[in-house]
Design a protein around this ligand. Structure first.
Ligand SMILES: NC(=O)c1ccc[n+]([C@@H]2O[C@H](COP(=O)([O-])OP(=O)(O)OC[C@H]3O[C@@H](n4cnc5c(N)ncnc54)[C@H](O)[C@@H]3O)[C@@H](O)[C@H]2O)c1
Length: 361
């Protein structure tokens, strides 16, 4: 299979996203050219046993730091443990290189580690989950969580390169894989007809993890994300915020039901809500909303918010949303496939009824 490269052009912070199958040779060449004084490979307890040795050997990593798998590792305590381990090696200087081998948790945590050590070290993203490949590894958002909410402590810190090796997906559990397809549908809905049609035609192949289809669609998602990041690196112009389509309700679900949903599953439910809102307030044709909803359903993703989610509880969490301004929260809506924008919405009963899809109380 061909190796493709998607450039992310951000001046001196530019880098390539390399996509293909079995990229260890490319990764080794990059690590050699980077001439680091030492390499710290960060991975987690699920990914490490499958893939760390091969990557460590390829790049000749000096240290492998393994964190417990799971969202709980995006914590100050885990970050501090990594600082301790890195400093204990006495091999850290400004020319060290960090490699994040794992899903979005490892990427966000190791990225923030790199952003903060010695005021910023180079790091490479080697995503191993589909979600990390199509979303979190590109764009330079790094973060850990706080008791007050997800991703509240973080930094923009672009990687020096991203290597999306589709071979790693072979060991990704089915539920993790399918849930990430929600982000693929999200990208299709906000990017345009071409990708949406490609995903619709590729449902069976995607679910079978057919390599050519995967490579084509992963690349399309990355190209779109790269474009958005190049136009609005720090989410100041509103454009990058459109990547949050479906995410406002998803964050509520992740906050109130932390063990129940994977990120992508929460996003799928959030997308259904955002589609309802788009029909009501952004003139999205109902048939188009139904089309995207049908695609989410065909992929086996959940659609309904849990019955025990009350309007009050939902609105209360939204009050604390990072994207809140006064009494309004900015929701991402689409008016057409590929036409996304943000809409300030008052946190009231009408909004809750639309988002929950339960009719007015
Ligand atoms: N920085 C960003 O722009 C951005 C964007 C979206 C999401 N995120 C963050 O990403 C995180 C979610 O990412 P995720 O879904 O990858 O979660 P994750 O990193 O927890 O990975 C999901 C699970 O799959 C396992 N896993 C990953 N790759 C594997 C492989 N190849 N083989 C076997 N097991 C594997 C992990 O150990 C974990 O148990 C969240 O913390 C979210 O906030 C960040």
């Amino acid at each position: 299979m061909e190796v493709t490269r998607v450039p992310v052009s951000l001046g001196e912070r530019s880098y390539d996203v390399v996509i293909g199958e079995r990229l260890l040779t490319e990764l080794r060449a990059f690590a050699e050219a980077a001439r680091p004084t030492s390499i710290f490979l960060v991975t987690d307890s699920n990914v490490g046993p499958h893939h760390a040795e091969a990557v460590q050997n390829a790049v000749v990593a000096n240290h492998v730091l393994t964190i417990p798998a799971g969202e709980n590792s995006k914590s100050l305590a885990q970050l501090e443990a990594l600082y301790d381990q890195v400093f204990a090696t006495r091999q850290l200087d400004r020319h060290a290189l960090i490699i994040a081998l794992g899903g979005g948790v490892v990427g966000d945590l190791a990225g923030y580690l790199a952003a903060t050590l010695l005021r910023g070290l180079r790091y490479v993203q080697v995503p191993t989950s589909l979600l990390a490949m199509v979303d979190s590894s590109v764009g330079g958002k790094t973060a850990i969580n706080h008791a007050s909410g997800k991703n509240l402590i973080g930094a923009f810190h672009q990687p020096a390169a991203v290597f999306c090796d589709l071979h790693f997906l072979q060991t990704l559990p089915e539920r993790e894989y399918v849930s990430a397809l929600a982000e693929v549908v999200k990208t299709a809905a906000i990017s345009g007809e071409e990708l949406l049609a490609a995903v619709e035609h590729g449902v069976a192949a995607l679910l079978a993890r057919e390599p050519e289809t995967l490579q084509r669609l992963v690349e399309a998602c990355i190209r779109f994300k790269a474009e958005v990041v190049m136009d609005d690196e720090r989410e100041t112009a509103g454009l990058r915020a459109t990547l949050n389509f479906g995410h406002t309700l998803a964050h509520v679900l992740e906050t109130l039901f932390p063990q129940r949903y994977l990120h992508g599953e929460a996003v799928a439910i959030g997308l259904h809500a955002a589609l309802r809102l788009s029909v009501e307030r952004a003139k999205l044709k109902p048939a188009l909303a139904e089309r995207v909803a049908a695609l989410l359903n065909a992929l086996g993703l959940p659609a309904e918010p849990p019955a025990e989610l009350t309007a009050d509880a939902m609105l209360q969490v939204m009050q604390g949303d990072k994207k809140r301004e006064g009494h309004a929260v900015h929701f991402v809506v689409i008016s057409e496939i590929g036409e996304a924008g943000t809409l300030p919405c008052r946190l009231d009963d009408a909004l809750a009824a639309t988002l929950l899809g339960r009719g007015h109380a």
